[in-house]
Design a protein around this ligand. Structure first.
Ligand code: SF4
Length: 178
C-alpha cells in the first residue's frame, strides 16, 4: 500500500464563515509525486501541472487537488462526506499505484480549446438544429462543456466524420468544470 496513514483536517474555509460547505486535507507522510502522471492518464478532465507537482480534478462539483504530500477536497456538503471522500481519494491513489504496470503515465497538461478552433470543425451551416442561433455560439458553449457533440445532429452525417473524430479528441481531453 502506497499511502498507509495520513492526518486529516476537516474545516469550513475561513473565507466563508458560516458556510455550509466543508473542505478537507489529508496530510501524507509519503511523497505521491510519482503517482500523479498515472492519475493524469486515468482521471478524465484532470489537469496536471508537472512543474508544480500538482494535479487538480473536479468530481461531482468538488474541487480536488493532489500535491506531493497532500490531497485536498472542497465544496463538500458535510463533515462526514468530506472524510469519506478523502478516504476514497487515498484509496484511488493506492489503487492507481498498484496498477501502474498496466498504465502509461501521462505528462500532458490539458487545456480548454479555443472556440474558433472548435468552430472550424463544425458544419458551419447555422442550421439551428442544436437550438443555437449559429454554429459559433454552439462552439462557444461546447468549449466550456455547456453543450455536447451529440447536440449537433449534422455531425453524424458521413461528410463530417473526420471532423467529428477530431472534435471527439478535443472533448475527451478537455478539463472538467464543476
Ligand atoms: S446543429 Fe450543428 S451545424 Fe447546426 S447550427 Fe448547431 S452546431 Fe451548427
Amino acid at each position: 500500500m502506497f499511502i498507509e496513514t495520513y492526518d486529516l483536517d476537516v474545516f469550513t474555509p475561513p473565507c466563508e464563515p458560516g458556510a455550509e460547505r466543508y473542505s478537507a486535507i489529508a496530510r501524507l507522510t509519503v511523497d505521491i509525486t510519482a503517482v500523479l502522471p498515472y492519475l493524469n492518464a486515468t482521471l478524465r478532465g484532470a489537469i496536471y501541472h508537472q512543474a508544480a507537482n500538482a494535479l487538480t480534478w473536479k468530481k461531482s462539483g468538488h474541487n480536488i487537488a493532489f500535491h506531493a504530500f497532500e490531497i485536498a477536497t472542497s465544496n463538500v456538503v458535510d463533515r462526514d462526506a468530506a472524510i469519506k471522500e478523502l478516504d476514497g481519494l487515498v484509496q484511488l491513489v493506492n489503487r492507481t499505484w498498484e496498477r501502474r504496470q498496466e498504465l502509461t503515465p501521462s505528462y500532458q497538461k490539458r487545456q480548454r480549446p479555443a472556440p474558433m478552433a472548435v468552430y472550424q470543425l463544425l458544419p458551419k451551416t447555422n442550421c439551428k438544429l442544436c437550438g443555437e442561433e449559429t454554429c459559433y455560439i454552439f462552439a462557444l458553449k461546447l468549449s466550456v462543456s455547456q453543450r455536447q457533440l451529440a447536440d449537433c445532429p449534422p455531425l453524424l452525417e458521413p461528410e463530417y466524420i473526420d471532423k467529428r473524430r477530431r472534435l471527439e479528441e478535443i472533448v475527451i481531453n478537455m478539463p472538467a468544470i464543476g
